[in-house]
Design a protein around this ligand. Structure first.
Ligand SMILES: [Zn+2]
Length: 98
């Protein structure tokens, strides 16, 4: 039997929560003690992570334009080179760098 390390145990107990919502709730409810903070974190619903879309800039119909491989959004090629993500669909533009 393979034993689980402390780090693996910690990772298996992790869950995704909305930090922005947690911060707003802490201010709204004037959470000011350690016990209340722990309680507030425990009450946060677990949210589902969306799988990250990956795409790449493809040549568009006009020679000076590029289009997103995921949504077809077109942008000037010079501008597109500066974008890590598609400004329309948020696909990360490293789709061919696996
Ligand atoms: Zn896109």
């Amino acid at each position: 039997m393979i034993k689980e390390t402390a780090q693996e145990r910690a990772v298996s107990r992790m869950r995704l929560i909305d930090a922005e919502e947690l911060t707003e709730m802490a201010w709204r409810e004037r959470v000011d003690t350690r016990e209340r903070i722990v309680n507030l974190i425990a009450r946060q619903p677990t949210i589902k992570a969306k799988p990250m879309k990956r795409g790449r800039w493809l040549p568009a119909k006009d020679w000076f334009m590029s289009k997103c491989s995921e949504c077809g959004y077109e942008l000037g090629t010079v501008l597109a080179a500066g974008y890590i993500c598609c400004p329309k669909c948020t696909a990360r533009m490293d789709g061919d760098k696996e």
